[in-house]
Design a protein around this ligand. Structure first.
Ligand code: GDP
Ligand code: IMO
Ligand code: MG
Length: 425
């Protein structure tokens, strides 16, 4: 069986935890999009890993890990991640493949991300400042792009890098009055990247298709979430890749028809980091309760996450555009203790009720949530391991959400650990 795991909200739904669990029965785990803007938490016994580029299957010593063409790779971050795992006696040798076609995030991308965000002041997008937008922009622009495979020929790499840095320096000086960056210093680092990463480079598309033909089971790990999708999310408050399930085929060269089941991941409520419309946001005591209880602070940047009620309009949309088969609902435990729970079942926009999510920022900003109120529960559910063991109100909550989003909720998270997971099927 091949599985896809994708976020259905604005990221941080708990994809890392689910991928880690499913990886037990997968031969290969594939990251196909995003970059070090992602932060996927995996907890093994008492050790917590925050993975940015390595697939969340990497903590399992027998799993093959693929970073495919759609990922933008920051070699500095990837190198640190490999080292962190090595310090815990987890080696990636012989089981990591990095696409030669994946684009490289270099210092000038991060610098540009930072300069642009600063220059926007209160209109900034609230990016993770990991150079993601500038790197994908260079990818689509083509003329100033460098890919992991280019590290194989350092002489040619150096010449291209020099031209690019010259060009970037002119732009940074003209637009932001910024100090020039030193191409030699960047090249120095690239020299060591080449040493580390050339052994991992591969034609990952060929590898994946050969593996599929050999009957291996694959797990495709999405980054971010559908509502941050460049084309289908809340533009411009999105990331720079197709982070819905639609990005998977292009991001790794495997058609979605070869995925047997796409599992969409949601939290039992909604969070968002960074700017942009968020109709079900609760900038009040409820939001603070969720933030405190769910420890809602960014895995990559540490920023407090904005919190709100579960938004069924948004999730049903992500399910529809991604042809999602089933849903995993994480963080049900975080809602324990709230007297009443609201679920957003429709939006009121310009006096009209709508149930199809408008991925148009101006319209979405005018949307008011139309809520259904359900009774909450007080019990700590973090030790419950069977759906029937949950309080009746918690079961009713899951069932109601299931009906609103139109797909079965087959997995329920009741805590951050692997074991704190309920499987309904
Ligand atoms: P990802 O980006 O989708 O992989 O999610 P993150 O790792 O950024 O954020 C999810 C956070 O929720 C992490 O701190 C996880 O350890 C934690 N988590 C995952 N599932 C659950 C759950 O069911 N209950 C609770 N309380 N925490 C969870
Ligand atoms: P995971 O994979 C949550 C958000 C940023 C910002 C917007 C653009 O951990 O779910 P970018 O740096 O990509 O240009 O930022 O996207 N964002 C995420 N939010 N989880 C993520 O990844 C995110 N990756 C990017 O906060 O609003
Ligand atoms: Mg995250």
């Amino acid at each position: 069986m091949n599985y896809g795991v994708v976020g259905l909200q604005w990221g941080d739904e708990g994809k890392g935890k689910l991928v880690d669990i499913l990886a037990e029965h997968s031969d290969i785990v594939v990251r196909y999009g995003g970059g070090a803007n992602a932060g996927h938490t995996v907890i093994v016994a008492d050790t917590r890993f925050a993975l940015h580029l390595l697939p969340s299957g990497s903590v399992r010593p027998k799993t093959t890990c693929v970073i495919a063409n759609g990922v933008v790779v920051d070699p500095e971050v990837l190198g640190t991640e490999i080292e962190t795992l090595a310090q815990k006696d987890i080696s990636l040798d012989g089981r990591l493949l990095v696409s030669e076609n994946a684009h490289i995030v270099l210092d000038y991308h991060k610098r540009e991300d930072q300069l642009r965000e600063e220059s926007l002041g209160k209109n900034k997008l609230g990016t993770t400042v990991r150079g993601i937008g500038p790197c994908y922009a260079d990818k689509t622009g083509r003329s100033h792009a460098l890919r992991m495979g280019d590290l194989r020929d350092l002489q040619a790499f150096k010449a291209r890098l020099q031209t690019i840095v010259e060009y970037k320096n002119k732009i940074f000086a003209a637009l932001y009055g910024a100090e020039p960056m030193c191409a030699d210093a960047i090249f120095e680092k690239c020299n060591s990247y080449a040493e580390t990463f050339v052994p991992y480079l591969a034609d990952t598309t060929e590898f994946l298709h050969t593996s599929i033909a050999a009957g291996k089971s694959l797990l495709f790990e999405g980054a971010q979430g559908a509502l941050l999708d460049l084309d289908h999310g809340t533009f411009p408050f999105v990331t720079s890749s197709n982070s819905s399930a639609l990005g998977m085929p292009a991001g790794c060269g495997v058609p979605a028809t070869l995925v047997d089941q796409f599992i969409g991941v949601v939290k039992a409520y909604t969070t968002r980091v960074g700017a942009g419309p968020f109709p079900a946001e609760q900038d009040n005591d409820v939001g603070q309760y969720i933030r405190d209880k769910g420890n809602e602070y960014g895995t990559t940047t540490g920023r407090p996450r904005r919190c709100g009620w579960f938004d069924a309009v948004a999730v049903a949309y992500s399910v529809t555009i991604g042809a999602i088969d089933s849903v995993a609902m994480m963080h049900l435990d975080t809602l324990s203790g709230l007297k009443e729970l609201n679920v957003c079942r429709a939006y009121k926009i310009d006096g009209q009720e709508k149930t199809f999510f408008p991925a148009n920022t101006a319209r979405l900003a005018r949307a008011e949530g139309v809520y259904e109120t359900l009774p909450g529960w007080d019990e700590d559910i973090s030790e419950v391991r069977a759906f029937e063991g949950l309080p009746a109100n918690a079961r009713d909550y899951v069932r109601r959400v299931e009906r609103l989003v139109g797909k079965p909720i087959t997995i329920v998270g009741v805590g951050p650990k692997r074991s704190q997971t309920i499987f309904r099927q």
